[in-house]
Design a protein around this ligand. Structure first.
Ligand code: FMN
Length: 202
């Protein structure tokens, strides 16, 4: 089984980057036949700006550009997708949001044709969300930020495309034992990612 782990933080030594590596460690520890690719959006220079061509793709008047097709191909050969990102302004960073804006196209992630409604196309791609935040759990609860992120990201993006959200994790710097406990949690997320497919490993 193969996982794509997309990470959005430009700093190599950041906790976000360390957590992405821990997820991959857990994944291969659970079965040495599992494989992964870490897609470091900042290091790869992914351009998150939605272009006129992207707008034409939305209207099905143009084919996606090569960089978008390359990202879709990565996901086509993946059995799971993990997104690892710091919370910026109670959502995901613009770099990762732009990656979704451009890559999750009409025609690939879903089909929206006049008179036919929405056809969800990503039912085969389980998604694991790993958000890392600086604020405390009470702040998230008091203002409903966790619920807002759930509605926007889990329901608004992934359910729209039919991709099941297999796990959703909000790791907070204020959590007890952070950062080590957060790194342990990330490793456990990786270990559990293909737990249902351990028979494939025997
Ligand atoms: C532009 C920006 C916006 C941020 N907004 C939030 C926020 O809305 N909520 C929150 O909990 N933390 C917020 N933070 C804190 C980051 O989530 C935190 O610094 C990060 O998760 C730490 O991980 P890192 O070492 O990978 O950067 C923000 C940080 C930045 C730089």
């Amino acid at each position: 089984m193969h996982a794509t782990i997309v990470v959005s933080n430009p700093v190599r030594g950041s906790l976000t980057q360390a957590i992405a590596r821990k997820v991959s460690e857990g994944l291969v520890a659970s079965c040495d036949r599992h494989s992964f690719e870490i897609v470091d959006l900042a290091a790869e220079g992914f351009d998150p700006r939605f272009t006129a061509r992207d707008a034409a793709v939305l209207l099905r008047e143009a084919d996606p550009s090569p960089e978008v097709v390359a990202e879709q191909a990565r996901l086509d050969r993946s059995d799971a997708l993990a997104l690892v990102y710091p919370v910026y302004w109670w959502s995901m960073p613009a770099l990762m949001k732009g990656w979704i804006d451009r890559v999750f196209t009409n025609g690939w992630a879903y089909d929206d044709r006049p008179g036919r409604g929405i056809v969800k196309k990503l039912g085969r791609l389980p998604v694991h969300l790993i958000a890392i935040g600086g604020a405390g759990r009470r702040t998230y609860d008091r203002h409903g930020y966790a619920e807002a992120m759930k509605a926007q990201i889990e329901h608004g993006i992934f359910d729209y495309c039919g991709a099941p959200v297999a796990s959703s994790n909000l790791l907070l710097l204020s959590d007890e034992g952070a950062p080590d406990a957060l790194l342990d949690k990330a490793r456990a997320i990786g270990e559990a990612m293909f737990a249902a497919r351990l028979a494939d490993c025997a």
